[in-house]
Design a protein around this ligand. Structure first.
Ligand SMILES: Nc1ncnc2c1ncn2[C@@H]1O[C@H](COP(=O)(O)OP(=O)(O)O)[C@@H](O)[C@H]1O
Ligand SMILES: [Mg+2]
Length: 401
């Protein structure tokens, strides 16, 4: 199925998808990704690595892709989590833990390997080869009824074992009807050899338009040009950089003084925006930044330990720093890293100690050990013993690191 067919299957207006923010530009990127999905629907599998700096619009692109093809394919989408990088097969488990119903149809050695990888049975660390084959088998089963679109966002944070298994499966895709899209900040060598598309900044006209939307009152022309140059078409930068400017800077007299990389510039303006919040609200944000699972119950209990009340929650929400739903999420991963980086070491230890207090030693010993370690300044025998146990658990799941 060629790209012409993709046009016929999917609406041509790339920027109009109900319910999500409109996308500027990106027609070519969307067309390519949709063609990959069309080919999967026609029975030809394929994978692509989509890379680009933080804020350039990878997630937005994936949002639009999945929305546009939702009616035609089964979609499995995950976001790899930085907090689970050390946990072998955490990413794979997120992607296909719920597909284990069909594991019984895998050849026995593969079934055993993936069950060990997911901690469903204990045995020696499984062979990465068998886990890779098992993954391919599970995805193939999942693509049985209708073509399968697998999307892994923030794949730079996949644990190594999962990344290797996904790369292995991606290289062996053939006629299963699977489209696999892996988005990451920088192309990881583990995925070398797979087709690769770099997402670049938006063009000048789109950049100016996004800036116009970000600063409704309008900008001094010289300031606008400086911001456009500095943001290099990065939509997140175009939205966040002007927010940190003072009214005087917006009106002119703003000079380009920073030689920091763009990512740090964005983080810096996020920190400036959050600075006016109360100390309590900022501590709450730090708590959320230090608790990457986004479990609202945990956050709530830890905030009680720190004596933070509902005012702190309201203030943090009003600042649009994070969104509380079934999960607590930041409006962009850079908000999380900005909050964490800006905090004092003492505050970081306080929030990790509170999180360790409320994390179950029985159900989540690894994370508890990790929080305790982050809360500790001096080497501490008990903490070291916990971490050692956690390392043993990671090894039996097949994590080499
Ligand atoms: N093409 C685009 N047009 C308009 N806004 C965009 C575009 N791409 C991204 N954005 C917006 O910019 C911000 C950062 O984009 P995001 O997709 O989260 O970046 P990434 O995933 O690459 O870090 C989001 O608020 C997003 O809605
Ligand atoms: Mg993203």
């Amino acid at each position: 199925m060629g790209e012409g067919m993709a046009e016929r299957y999917f609406p041509a207006k790339a920027d109009m998808v109900a319910g999500i923010a409109p996308l500027r530009g990106r027609r070519r990127e969307l067309a390519e990704l949709e063609a990959l999905v069309s080919r999967a629907r026609g029975g030809r599998s394929g994978a692509v690595v989509v890379s680009g700096e933080a804020g350039v619009g990878k997630t937005a692109l994936l949002d639009h892709l999945t929305a546009r093809v939702a009616a035609h394919v089964r979609t499995e989408r995950i976001v790899a989590s930085q907090s689970e990088m050390e946990l072998a097969y955490a990413g794979l488990h997120q992607l296909c833990g719920h597909m284990m119903g069909s594991a019984a149809r895998l050849p026995a050695p593969q079934q055993e390997a993936i069950e060990v990888a997911f901690g469903l049975r204990s045995a020696a660390a499984p062979s990465p080869f068998l886990v890779g084959l098992a993954l391919l088998g599970l995805l193939t089963e999942a693509a049985e009824e209708r073509a399968l679109l697998c999307v892994v966002d923030d794949a730079q944070w996949l644990d190594q074992a999962s990344a290797r298994a996904l790369a292995f499966a991606a290289r062996r895709l053939d006629a299963e009807g699977i489209a696999l899209v892996l988005a990451m900040r920088q192309a990881d060598p583990v995925f070398a050899g797979l087709p690769h598309r770099v997402v670049e900044g938006l063009g000048h006209e789109d950049a100016c338009e996004l800036l116009r939307l970000a600063v409704p009152g309008g900008l001094d022309l010289r300031v606008r040009d400086q911001l456009v140059a500095e943001a290099r078409g990065n939509p997140l930068a175009l939205r966040e950089l002007p927010r940190a400017l003072s009214p005087a800077q917006i009106a002119g007299g703003f000079t380009l003084t920073s030689s920091l990389p763009l990512e740090s510039r964005i983080e810096q303006s996020l920190v400036v925006q959050l600075a006016p919040l109360s100390a309590q609200a900022r501590l709450l944000l730090l708590l959320a930044a230090a608790e990457p699972t986004g479990d609202p119950g945990l956050l709530w209990r830890a905030s009680a330990v720190l004596g933070l009340g509902p005012e702190a929650f309201d203030a943090a929400k009003d600042a649009e720093a994070f969104v509380v739903g079934t999960r607590v999420g930041f409006r962009h991963p850079l908000v999380r890293s900005a909050v964490y980086r800006a905090a004092s070491p003492g505050d970081r230890r306080r929030v990790h100690a509170a999180l360790a207090d409320v994390t179950s030693a029985e159900h989540d010993p690894d994370r508890r050990a990790w929080h305790r370690a982050s809360a500790t300044l001096q080497p501490d025998e008990e903490v070291a013993a916990d971490l050692e146990k956690s390392a043993v658990r990671a090894r039996t799941r097949g994590g080499a690191a």
